[in-house]
Design a protein around this ligand. Structure first.
Ligand code: NAD
Length: 491
C-alpha cells in the first residue's frame, strides 16, 4: 500500500494533565520527507507549562502507582485494541512524517505492540519472591514504581521506540513523560490519544514537544526519577551526563555502525537478500542497519546478488525517503568523498529518480561502495542512509579486528554455513546484539534490546526482562513475626 499523506496540516499540542494544550513557546512547521510539503505544526511548551505538566504527572503517579497491576493492565489491554483498530491510519501518519514506506511503518507499530504484550504478561509472570531464610524469618522482594519517568525518542521510529518503554513503564506503575522527536510529533498525538481513549487517568501520560530546551528542563526537574533516551551518540552522551550528574538513573541509547561478516561458504541467495534488505530497509535510517560489509575472501557472487536486489528497489514503494534535505546532502557528500578516495561505486544512489510528483522530497537510492579503506569516513562514521561500504578482508581474523576497532557496539551479523565460524563471530563481536544469517538482528520480546560501547550509556537494556529493574525499584523486606527468643547472626 502507498503512504497517504495528511490532507490538512496536523496541529500537535502538548498533553498536560490529560488536556491538549497549545504551547506558548512557538509553533514551527513539520514537513513530509516524501514531498517536502507541510503536514503539521508542533507547539513548543514554555518553562511554566513544563513545570505544570511535571507537577501534574507527579500527583497523578501517586494513585496510579497504588493501582494494582491487574487493573493497570486492563487499561493497557484497551490501548492494544485501539492501536490494532487504528493500525493503518497511524501507520500512514507515521510514514508521512518520517519517510518510511507504509509497510515499514506498520511493522514498526506491530513490534511496539509486541512489547505491549510483554508488558501485559507482567501481571502473571513478575510475581516477586519470598523465602523463609531462617526459622521464622522471611525475606521478600517486591517491585515498586520509580515515580515519574521520562523518555526522549528519535525521528526514525516514531512509534516503535516509544513503545519499547510506554507499556512497560506504565504497567510498572510509573507516570510517563514523553518528549518525541521534534521532526515526528504527529504519531505522538495518535499514541497519546489512544491511551486517553483506553481510560488512562489524566496526568499519568504527558507529551512535551521541543528540542534541547525541553529535554534539559525535564532532566533537571526533581519529580523526574529516571530518563530513557534513544538517538544519536552525541546527544546520548549529553543526556547521560546531565542526568547522572544529578544522581538520576539514565539509560541512553546512541548511534551505530553495524558490520556484516560475509564468508565465502554462505548461501549466496539468502545472504544477498539479508544484506540488501538490511542496508536499504527504512532507507538505512535505523540503528540496526548494515553499514559495513566485511567481505572475506572471494564473495563476488554473493555481492552480485546484493547489487541485483538493491538495484531493483523502487523509491516510494520499496524504499522510503530521508528525513531532511540536509541529510540527503550529507549522504551525497559522503559518497563523493569516498569516490575521490578511490572507492568503486557498484551502485550509485545519487542518480536515482524521485517518485513521480514527489520531486521535492528527500530521495536517494541504494548505494554500494567497494574497496573502502579501513578507518575512512565510509568505514567508521554513522552515515544513516542506504549506503553499504564494502571492506575487503583476507580472513576472518582481519574482519573481526576491523569490527572491534569501531567505537559503536549495536549489532554485528555473520553470513556463513559453518556453525563454528558463526560461533567465533558471536564470541568476538564487540556488540550487544549479533545475528547469524540474519541481516537485522533485532531481538524479539521478551529478549531485551540494547548495544554496548558508544551505542549505549547506562546499565541494563531498554526492553524485555532486563529492562524491568531499570524502570522500577526492587524493595527487599525482611520480616519476623515469630515470638521465639532464639538469636543468630541475623537477629
Ligand atoms: P538525535 O540525537 O538528533 O535526537 C534524538 C532526540 O534528542 C530527539 O527527541 C531530539 O529532539 C532530542 N535532541 C536533539 N538535540 C538535543 C540536545 N542537544 N539535547 C537534548 N536533546 C536533544 O537523533 P535522531 O536524528 O532523531 O535519530 C537518529 C539517531 O538515533 C541515529 O544516530 C540512530 O542510530 C539513533 N538510534 C539509536 C537507536 C538505538 O536503539 N541505539 C534506535 C533508534 C535510533
Amino acid at each position: 500500500m502507498q503512504t497517504i499523506l495528511p490532507v490538512e496540516p496536523v496541529i500537535c499540542h502538548n498533553l498536560i494533565n490529560g488536556e491538549w494544550v497549545k504551547g506558548e513557546g512557538g509553533q514551527p512547521d513539520v514537513f513530509s520527507p516524501y514531498n517536502g510539503k507541510k503536514i503539521g505544526e508542533v507547539s513548543l511548551p514554555s518553562p511554566n507549562q513544563i513545570e505544570i505538566a511535571l507537577q501534574a504527572a507527579a500527583e497523578a503517579q501517586v494513585s496510579w502507582g497504588k493501582t494494582p497491576i491487574k487493573e493497570r493492565s486492563q487499561i493497557l489491554f484497551n490501548f492494544r485494541n485501539i492501536l490494532l483498530r487504528d493500525l493503518d491510519q497511524i501507520s500512514h501518519l507515521k510514514s508521512s512524517e518520517c519517510g518510511k514506506t507504509f509497510a515499514e511503518a506498520r511493522a514498526g507499530l506491530m513490534k511496539g505492540i509486541e512489547v505491549l504484550e510483554f508488558a501485559l504478561s507482567l501481571q502473571n509472570l513478575d510475581l516477586g519472591g519470598k523465602l523463609e531464610v531462617s526459622r521464622g524469618v522471611t525475606c521478600e522482594y517486591r517491585r515498586e514504581p520509580l515515580g515519574v519517568i521520562a523518555n526522549i525518542t528519535p525521528f526514525n521510529f516514531p512509534a516503535m521506540v516509544p513503545m519499547w518503554t510506554i507499556p512497560i513503564c506504565l504497567a510498572l506503575g510509573n507516570a510517563y513523560v514523553w518528549k518525541p522527536s521534534d521532526k515526528t510529533p504527529l504519531t505522538a498525538l495518535r499514541i497519546a490519544n489512544a491511551l486517553l481513549e483506553a481510560g488512562l487517568p489524566k496526568g499519568v501520560f504527558t507529551v512535551l514537544h521541543g528540542g534541547a530546551f525541553t529535554v534539559d528542563a525535564i532532566i533537571d526537574h526533581p519529580a523526574v526519577k529516571a530518563i530513557g533516551f534513544v538517538g544519536s551518540t552525541k546527544v546520548a552522551k549529553i543526556v547521560y551526563q546531565r542526568g547522572t550528574q544529578l544522581g538520576k538513573r539514565v539509560l541512553a541509547l546512541g548511534g551505530a555502525k553495524n558490520h556484516i561478516v560475509l564468508l565465502p561458504d554462505a548461501n549466496a541467495e539468502l545472504s544477498g537478500i539479508g544484506i540488501s534488505d538490511s542496508f536499504t530497509g527504512c532507507a538505512g535510517q535505523r540503528c540496526m542497519a548494515a553499514s559495513v560489509l566485511l567481505a572475506v575472501g572471494d564473495v563476488d557472487r554473493h555481492i552480485q546478488k546484493v547489487i541485483a536486489r538493491a538495484s531493483s528497489m523502487e523509491l516510494g514503494k520499496d524504499m522510503g525517503a530521508l528525513i531532511t534535505k540536509s541529510q540527503k546532502d550529507f549522504l551525497v557528500d559522503a559518497i563523493d568523498k569516498a569516490e575521490k578516495a578511490g572507492a568503486k561505486i557498484l551502485l550509485d544512489g545519487r542518480k536515482a529518480k524521485a517518485p513521480a510528483g514527489m520531486e521535492d522530497g528527500n530521495w536517494i537510492g541504494p548505494t554500494i561502495l567497494d574497496d573502502i579503506q579501513v578507518g575512512s569516513e565510509a568505514a567508521t562514521v554513522e552515515l544513516f542512509g542506504p549506503i553499504l561500504s564494502i571492506v575487503r578482508c583476507k580472513d576472518i581474523s582481519e574482519a573481526m579486528k576491523i569490527e572491534n576497532s569501531v567505537e559503536y557496539g549495536n549489532a554485528c551479523s555473520v553470513f556463513t554455513s559453518s556453525g563454528p565460524l558463526a560461533d567465533r563471530v558471536v564470541r568476538e563481536a564487540s556488540t550487544g546484539m549479533v545475528g547469524v544469517n540474519i541481516g537485522v538482528p533485532v531481538p524479539r520480546e521478551p529478549f531485551s534490546f540494547g548495544g554496548i560501547n558508544a551505542s549505549k550509556f547506562g546499565h541494563g537494556d531498554i526492553t524485555g526482562h532486563h529492562s524491568l529493574d531499570f524502570w522500577s525499584n526492587v524493595k527487599k523486606i525482611t520480616t519476623k513475626w515469630e515470638t521465639q527468643a532464639d538469636s543468630n547472626w541475623m537477629s
